[in-house]
Design a protein around this ligand. Structure first.
Ligand SMILES: [Zn+2]
Length: 141
């Protein structure tokens, strides 16, 4: 959570019918995604319809929160003061093991060491009443 001197990061605002169930699950530290009951397609980000067949019968699932970095970059400049105070910040496209891809921050002490294909695990950023998913490098086995 941001302190009194740190500006808060931008967060989703509610009500928002398509994404509110997703963020409600995040408050329980559950990373979720949807599948289409009609054609079986995986749907992410959260929506009210299937992106393959447009059916509106979607089902929620919990992800194990493990995946790999598809693409990564390190922000060394940012116009928003909440991020400027925390630079450098790593952001990535993460391919989750269940088959969906999401954009997220990677929390690490060494952003320059992040690599494409590196395994990551979900973690959580608490920002006021909103809980945001982020990732950290997975423990090496
Ligand atoms: Zn479908």
């Amino acid at each position: 959570m941001a302190s009194d001197i740190e500006p808060a990061r931008p967060v989703p605002r509610f009500p928002e019918p398509d994404t509110e169930p997703f963020y409600a699950r995040c408050r329980e530290h559950r990373l979720s995604y949807q599948t289409c009951r009609s054609c079986g397609a995986i749907v992410f980000y959260p929506r009210s319809h299937c992106t393959r067949c447009t059916a509106t019968e979607l089902q929620w699932h919990d992800s194990e929160g493990r995946g790999l970095i598809y693409s990564v970059t390190v922000m060394r400049q940012h116009s928003h003061p909440a991020f400027r105070a925390r630079l450098p910040v790593a952001v990535a496209l993460v391919d989750l093991d269940e088959g969906f891809r999401m954009f997220s921050e990677i929390i690490t002490t060494d952003p320059s060491a992040l690599r494409i294909g590196q395994r990551v695990t979900v973690t959580w950023i608490e920002e006021g009443d909103v809980v945001l998913p982020a990732f950290t490098p997975a423990e090496e086995c």
